[in-house]
Write a protein that binds this ligand. Sequence first.
Ligand SMILES: *Cc1c(COP(=O)(O)O)cnc(C)c1O
Length: 388
Amino acid sequence: MIYMDHSATTPVDKRVLEFMLPYFDKKYGNASSLHSMGQEAKKALEEAREKIAKVINADPSEIYFTSGGTESNNFAIKGIAFANKDKGKHIITTKIEHDCVLNTCKWLEKIGFEVTYLDVDRYGLIDSGVLEASLRDDTILVSIMHANNEIGTIQDMEEIGKIVGESNAYLHTDAVQSVTKIPIDVKKMNVDMLSISSHKIFGPKGVGCLYIRKGVKIDPLMHGGGHEGGLRSGTENIAGIAGFGEAMKIGEEERPRTMPRLEKLRDKIIDNVLKIDNTFLNGHPKKRLPINANFSFRFIEGESLVLLLDSRGIEASTGSACSSKSLEPSHVLLAIGLKPEDAHGSLRITLGKDNTEKDVDYLLKVLPEIVSELREMSPFKKDYGEFE
Ligand SMILES: *Cc1c(COP(=O)(O)O)cnc(C)c1O
């Protein structure tokens, strides 16, 4: 099989796996124990914290380990909402966030918070003027994702950081898709909080972190024994955290070689797929993740496309893996202005370091065949008179 769904998840890098193994059976200590094995676990925990902090230009004490991107986003948003509700109850986010941000915001609305969901343009970019105009005295949080998981569009976080920096609100960004793909610097971006997930960067599943700038007023999501500076209780997942740290280090070290190569392959995919008629690219032509290509093929269903690709040995996606269980069209594609029928015909290809030019050539051979096959069977065919 050729795997081209790296925004859904990635395999654990062999080196990362090797690095993790001793922490399951030889170095299995609890980082809170005073004995030597406990201290060995504590050391692994702190080394991972240093590796991660270095990649995003933070201080190690500002990294809080969590169970992944979903928890980090919940922690950031609910933690700020609860700790600052006396200051205000207004939150700003966008219409294209991951479901774990949108559903957290919807839940907060039910308990008395007010949320503004910013529109995006046809490329998936927010309007900074509208953001500025939406900020109020009672705005306590702005949460805007760095790079979108479906269409790959990258927001200008430095500009957003400047605007929000002049208000009373805290700024959070979901950087789950961007970290190790493009440079991240929490100081340059002027963000107060930033979410990362290990399994999107060739680390294990079920671990991630939230960067929280020193001095931010935030409540914990998990109460308990006071781990992670009292902000995230629970015995630390040492093997997972050690693997996450190593995955960050390797991903960032290899980024200057890996990403230009994948970007070239990605561009080859875009150039050739757009030769298929009635096909267009979703997302920004330039401001997009180097691994992401997202297309809409008119008159066909993305799900059928994904299943037929799978039968020919290629694993891809219609968009977000999380919402693919529902039959609703992608909220991201609707937000960039696609008609529901075009949103249903989407295909997301996300490359990873193991993909080769041969893989791409194979994709470019089978995809046009599958598209014509499906269009031959399309119930929309007659309505559009041979797709003109
Ligand atoms: C995958 C993803 C998440 C969720 O991360 P998990 O570790 O799977 O919980 C959040 N935000 C974005 C943008 C993602 O792509």
